[in-house]
Design a protein. Structure first.
Lengths: 182, 459
């Protein structure tokens, strides 16, 4: 976990669009959780969300008129994630996971999260994106297809293949049928 | 959705944790302002994460976060006709062959009399200028030297005569902390261009150690007299496997011994006997090493694992990791409270602090897009009883508490007509004054600057 000790201020940033702050405050947690599912760690999730929000900032008035700021932000997140993954160096396989700080059965929660991320790591990037958009962000197949720039049929195909892979992921079946509370 | 899909959705919502912190509007504004500044300065970062951290000659211009390296090069080229650079060029005699060690890599040591050296040091010559107030006078910054130095290469020596050392193109320089004058120089070319390469001073012997070879299976350290820069020793270090292709701080010292990353091992070198004392095997190619005041040796491997060893025995004491990173981390600095380092996260350069050397507890200290090696953390003073960790860059210059990781004070680094300026490689000389490397692309200025940080930075 990387928490900010101090976010250093910068002067002269462009003026803040109306409603942007409310959106960020209301939705940043959900967006970050989606980012975590996509990337597997908080720093990258935060970077993903910041990237998407920075892209949305100058278009904010248009996006709110279309009542679609969150769809746009998620679209940027997914496409940024897919671009990162295309270029990602995979020469070294990480061997551990960051422990999270929580209450209750800490170790069980950590195990559950590790199992989840390990399972998602098995998926190709586009299948992983479909899982996050469809089953975590609760987007429809059409919305998911629009965000990813593909057809609804492709979304169904990715979802089906992802589910098949996840069925074989160690520890995930137990999580899906009960598992550990967060 | 069918039952399986509903179970998956329910599980994702249940298991996915709450984030440790929220993204704020200020975070986004910070990024936008930086991107705008970078665009104005002509150093816009690529909009993708850096795949590999570093700037080998083969990927010049493609690495994220290395804009200052390119900028530094451009300063030399563009400013070639300016008065300052012209004087500098006349000051430096044409470079002879760079100093290098023997090509074999078995453990060996040799003491080299300076009279036999092909690359003789030069007692100086450099012109001096009156100190010039710079960067809007932040922290009383004054430029005392107008030479282009390699980022993150400034070091201080305390034995005998107080001195600064830095690497300039083709040379290792000894610099007066009083006048900024180059007091001595010796031809030297960094074997790891684009990566941090800070000279290490061993005080007992008044010797300045640098890497003279670092590629493949070949690591050679060369020692120079701290006053004259006459070459006094060369130590060839055995390498386990191959050295890291992303060396980010591979040479350090605890005052008594030198530690150098040598492939999947760290070599302990006796700087007095010029011998390799011990080879500590590591589980992974070492990208960075640091020594802590409590006797621990910290080593980083890959992206990103931190291993702790006993500095004397080499016994492993622990390990921790930060996963999911797409680039290696490094530039380790160890203090009484833990370990500091850098990592490229997306488009940003982050400095992190791991309390007690535990990466799983790491916190972000700063986020400096485009800061390059100027953001490499450095330490000053006795960090057990005070002192500070310094983090530079193009946005803020900050001092942090070496025990807690908290920023104690910081100041904005101004932009000169929208073009970024850089401060970094902060170090404290024997006379107690603080120095940093400075670069201003707009004014085509660079050199060593003095700083007077606020009292809060004293800890």
């Amino acid at each position: 976990m990387l928490a900010s000790v101090e976010v250093l201020p910068v002067d002269g940033h462009p003026s803040e669009p109306d409603g942007f702050r409310d959106f960020v405050e209301a939705r940043s947690s959900a967006l970050l959780r989606s980012g975590w599912l996509l990337t597997g760690d908080w720093p990258s999730a935060e970077d993903l969300v910041q990237t998407a929000l920075a892209a949305a900032w100058p278009r904010w008035a248009t996006l709110t008129r279309q009542d679609a700021p969150e769809l746009y932000v998620r679209k940027i997140m997914v496409n940024t994630f897919l671009r990162w993954r295309q270029r990602r160096w995979t020469g070294e396989i990480a061997t551990g996971r960051l422990p999270e700080h929580a209450y209750g059965d800490v170790f069980a929660q950590v195990d559950a999260r590790q199992a989840l991320i390990a399972a998602l790591d098995r998926l190709p990037a586009r299948q992983r994106a479909v899982v996050v958009l469809r089953y975590f962000a609760d987007q429809t197949e059409a919305q998911t297809a629009a965000a990813m720039g593909c057809s609804v049929g492709a979304v169904k195909s990715h979802a089906s293949k992802a589910l098949a892979r996840l069925r074989d992921a160690p520890g995930l079946a137990e999580l899906m049928t009960g598992g550990v509370a967060s | 959705m069918n039952t399986e899909e509903r179970q998956l959705a329910e599980m994702l919502h249940r298991v996915t944790p709450e984030p440790p912190r929220r993204v704020t509007v200020e975070d986004v504004a910070f990024r936008l302002a930086n991107e705008a500044g970078q665009a104005r300065g002509g150093h816009r970062e690529p909009r993708e994460p850096r795949v590999r951290r570093g700037l080998g000659l083969g990927n010049l211009g493609r690495g994220r976060g290395w804009a200052p390296v390119l900028a530094a090069a451009s300063v030399v080229v563009v400013a070639g006709a300016s008065a300052g650079i012209a004087q500098l060029a006349s000051h430096h005699s044409p470079a002879t062959s760079p100093v290098g060690g023997p090509s074999s890599f078995s453990a060996s040591a040799s003491t080299v009399p300076s009279s036999a050296e092909p690359s003789q040091p030069t007692a100086s010559a450099g012109p001096t200028w009156p100190p010039e107030r710079i960067a809007d006078g932040m922290w009383d910054a004054e430029l005392i030297n107008r030479q282009s130095f390699t980022q993150a290469s400034l070091a201080a020596g305390y034995a005998g005569v107080s001195s600064l050392y830095a690497i300039s193109p083709g040379y290792l320089d000894r610099i007066s902390p009083v006048t900024g004058e180059v007091l001595a120089e010796v031809p030297y070319t960094s074997p790891i261009p684009g990566y941090p390469n800070r000279p290490v001073v061993t005080y007992g012997q008044n010797t300045v150690w640098v890497l003279s070879s670092y590629s493949g299976s070949n690591v050679v350290l060369t020692g120079y007299n701290g006053t004259t820069l006459a070459r006094v020793a060369s130590v060839t270090v055995p390498v386990s496997g191959q050295v890291s292709s992303t060396p980010q701080g591979v040479l350090t010292s605890n005052g008594a011994l030198l530690y150098v990353a040598a492939g999947s091992s760290v070599a302990m070198v006796d700087p007095e006997a010029h011998q390799v004392m011990k080879q500590i095997p590591t589980s992974g190619q070492v990208g960075s090493v640091a020594v802590a005041p409590d006797g621990k040796l910290y080593v980083s491997t890959g992206a990103l694992k931190l291993l702790a060893y006993n500095q004397g025995t080499g016994a492993q004491l622990g390990s921790s990791s930060m996963t999911g990173l797409s680039s290696t981390g490094g530039n380790l600095v160890a203090t009484s409270g833990g370990v500091w380092g850098t990592v490229g996260i997306g488009m940003s350069e982050w400095v992190w602090f791991a309390p007690n050397g535990d990466l799983s507890q790491a916190i972000r200290v700063s986020q400096g897009p485009g800061a390059g090696l100027y953001s490499v953390p450095t330490v000053s003073g006795p960090t057990i009883s005070g002192g500070a960790v310094w983090i530079g860059g193009s946005q803020r210059l900050a001092c942090a508490n070496p025990a807690t990781g908290h920023v104690m004070a910081s100041t904005a680094i101004p932009a000169d007509n929208g073009v970024v300026e850089y401060f970094g490689s902060v170090t404290m000389a024997g006379n107690g004054r603080m120095f940093a490397l400075y670069q201003n692309q707009a004014a085509q200025q660079s050199g060593v600057a003095t700083l007077t940080p606020p009292a809060a930075c004293s800890g």
